[in-house]
Design a protein around this ligand. Structure first.
Ligand code: ADP
Length: 505
C-alpha cells in the first residue's frame, strides 16, 4: 500500500487512480499495467473522492468483495451515504481533517454493507493537489470488523472479570508467569492494608516488599511465593500470620490455557482469623470437657469395682447383673472420652510419642492376645514375613492395631474371619488387617480417615462410636512417618493397610 501512495505522490498533478478511469486516453505502458493489477487485486478497498464534493470517483474490486455493493451503484455517490447512520457526522469531520491536515491520521468508521448492519473500516486518506489546491483524495480502507468484534468481546470479558473480582469477598491477585501483576481487586488492598502505590510497579517482587513489613515471618511468605513459581501447576493452600494478629488464608491456583500451558496464577486471600479462633475454641472445649469428664468416670469405675467385690459376698444375682452392665457402660464411656482427648491432643499438637524399637511379629501376636476375646482368636490368621523392627511408640501403635481389629470384628458379624499380615517392602514395613465383613461404599471410603466420619450405627447400645478411631489412627501413623489407606468392596470386606519406616539393621 505504501508503494502505491509513494508512486501516486511522485506523479502529480495527474493522479494515477483518476487516470485509471480515463486510461483509454493514456498510452498503456508496463508500469501502468503493473499498478493497475495491484490496485485491482488488493484485498483493501482503494478509492478516490473529489473535493470538496466528497463523491466517489473510483472504487476497486475489493469494495464489492468487502461491502457486497456494486461499484457502478456507488460511483458519483457521496462518501457519507456509505457511512452507517450513527457515524455520519463523525465521518464529515474525519474526512475534512484527513484531507486538510498537514499530517493525516488513520481513522475508522462504520459503513453500510449487504450482509451485516455495518462493517468497521479503517481509513487512510491522502489529499491530491492541483496548483496548490486540494482537488481529490486517494483513500485506502481496510475491513477491521473481526478485530473490532474481538476487541469488544475482550472488553466485555475484562469488565466481567473486573466485576466478578470486585464482588468477591476475597482479596484477589493475578500474576503472570513473568511475575507481572495482571489484576487485583480492592479487597486485596483492604485485606493487606496497602494503597495502590504498592502495586503501581506491576511487579510482584516489588509488591512483596510492601507486604513483608506486615508479616510475622516474611521469609516464610517469600518461600510460599517462590514455591508457586517452582510448582506452577499445583493448587495450594497456605496460611500467613500478620504482625497485627490476623491470619490470612492464601488459596493459589494455576492459570492454564486450553492447550494446558501455564501463564500465571491467581491467589485468593481471606482473613481466616475468626475461623481459626473458632476452631481453637472448639478444640480447647473438647480438651477441657473430656478432661473434666474423665475424672468422674474414673471414680465411678472405682466405686463400681468396689460394689462388684462386695456383691460377690452377698451373692445377690440381680445386683451382679446391674453392676456388670454399669461397668461395661463405664468402659464404653471411658473409650469415648479417651478418643475425644486424643483428638484434642492431635489438634493442639500435644500428642507426644515415646519411641522404642518394636519387633513387629511379637507386637502383633501380643496385641491380638490382649485385644481379641479368646473365643474369637481362632478366627484370626496372623502371618508375618520375617520379624522386621520399627521405631515407634508401642502404646500408640497398639492403639492403631486395636482400632483396626475391633472395626474388623465390629463390621463383620456374619463372617468373623480376619487376616493380619505383615512384611517388609523396600524401606517400609507394611501391615494389613483384612476382614470379610460388610465393606464400605466407594464414596464413603474416601472419608473414613476424617474425624466424625461414622456412617452407620450398628448395635449402638453395645458399640459406642463417634467415628474418631480411624482419624486418630491415621494421625498416629502419619506422626510416625508412615502411610495408611483402605480398600473395600461392599458386602465383600475391607482391608486396612499401614506402613512404618523400617529400622535399619
Ligand atoms: P467408629 O468408632 O465409628 O468405628 P472409626 O473411625 O473407627 O469409627 O471408623 C469410621 C467408619 O468407617 C465407621 O463408622 C464405619 O462406617 C467405617 N469402617 C471402619 N472400619 C470398617 C470395616 N472394617 N468395615 C466396614 N466399615 C468400616
Amino acid at each position: 500500500m505504501g508503494e502505491i501512495k509513494k508512486w501516486a505522490a511522485r506523479r502529480p498533478p495527474i493522479s494515477f487512480l483518476s487516470s485509471m478511469k480515463t486510461q483509454q486516453t493514456l498510452p498503456p505502458n508496463n508500469e501502468f499495467k503493473k499498478y493497475k493489477t495491484i490496485v485491482e487485486k488488493s484485498p483493501d478497498i482503494i478509492f478516490t473522492i473529489d473535493y470538496p464534493g466528497l463523491k466517489f470517483t473510483f472504487l476497486n474490486r475489493a469494495f464489492e468483495q468487502v461491502t457486497g455493493f456494486e461499484i457502478k451503484d456507488w460511483l458519483g455517490k457521496s462518501f457519507s451515504s456509505l457511512v452507517y447512520r450513527e457515524d455520519v457526522s463523525l465521518a464529515g469531520q474525519k474526512l475534512e481533517q484527513s484531507l486538510t491536515a498537514s499530517k493525516p491520521k488513520n481513522f475508522w468508521l462504520r459503513v453500510k454493507a449487504i450482509k451485516k448492519p455495518f462493517l468497521f473500516l479503517e481509513f487512510q486518506l491522502i489529499p491530491q493537489k492541483t496548483l496548490g489546491k486540494i482537488k481529490e483524495g486517494i483513500g485506502v480502507a481496510r475491513d477491521i470488523t473481526i478485530r473490532k468484534e474481538w476487541e469488544s468481546s475482550l472488553k466485555f470479558q475484562r469488565s466481567l472479570l473486573k466485576a466478578q473480582s470486585e464482588a468477591s469477598i476475597d482479596g484477589i491477585l493475578v500474576v503472570s508467569k513473568e511475575k507481572e501483576i495482571i489484576l487485583y481487586n480492592h479487597h486485596f488492598l483492604e485485606i493487606w492494608q496497602i494503597n495502590e502505590r504498592a502495586l503501581s510497579s506491576r511487579s510482584e517482587e516489588l509488591a512483596t516488599k510492601y507486604l513483608a513489613p506486615k508479616l510475622l515471618n516474611p521469609d516464610e511468605f517469600l518461600s510460599i511465593i517462590q514455591s508457586t513459581y517452582r510448582q506452577p501447576a499445583e493448587k495450594t493452600y497456605d496460611e500467613v500470620k500478620l504482625k497485627d494478629g490476623r491470619t490470612l488464608g492464601r488459596y493459589c491456583a494455576p492459570l492454564t490455557s486450553s492447550d494446558g500451558s501455564n501463564f500465571g496464577h491467581i491467589s485468593f486471600y481471606r482473613d481466616v482469623t475468626e475461623q481459626k479462633e473458632d476452631a481453637k475454641r472448639k478444640d480447647d472445649f473438647v480438651a477441657i470437657a473430656s478432661h473434666e469428664l474423665k475424672t468422674p468416670i474414673t471414680s465411678l469405675k472405682a466405686f463400681t469395682q468396689i460394689l462388684l467385690e462386695r456383691q460377690k459376698k452377698t451373692r445377690d444375682a440381680s445386683l451382679e447383673f446391674f453392676l456388670s452392665r454399669m461397668s461395661s457402660q463405664i468402659n464404653n464411656l471411658t473409650e469415648l472420652v479417651t478418643d475425644l482427648l486424643d483428638v484434642a491432643r492431635i489438634r493442639t499438637g500435644k500428642m507426644e510419642l515415646n519411641y522404642d524399637q518394636i519387633k513387629i511379629s511379637d507386637f502383633l501376636k501380643e496385641t491380638i492376645e490382649l485385644s481379641v476375646h479368646p473365643s474369637l482368636r481362632p478366627w484370626i490368621k496372623l502371618d508375618v514375613e520375617g520379624n522386621p523392627t520399627v521405631k515407634a511408640d508401642e502404646q500408640r501403635l497398639r492403639q492403631v492395631l486395636m482400632n483396626l481389629l475391633s472395626n474388623a470384628q465390629k463390621y463383620s458379624k456374619r463372617n468373623p474371619k480376619i487376616i493380619v499380615r505383615a512384611g517388609s517392602v523396600g524401606k517400609e514395613v507394611i501391615v494389613f488387617v483384612k476382614d470379610c465383613g460388610i465393606g464400605i461404599e466407594a464414596g464413603k471410603l474416601k472419608k473414613i480417615f476424617e474425624p466424625f466420619s461414622q456412617f452407620r450405627k450398628i448395635d449402638s447400645e453395645n458399640m459406642p462410636s463417634l467415628g474418631l478411631g480411624l482419624y486418630i489412627s491415621a494421625q498416629i501413623i502419619k506422626m510416625h512417618g508412615g502411610r495408611i489407606w483402605a480398600e473395600s468392596r461392599l458386602n465383600r470386606g475391607s482391608t486396612f493397610y499401614f506402613t512404618l519406616p523400617k529400622t535399619k539393621t
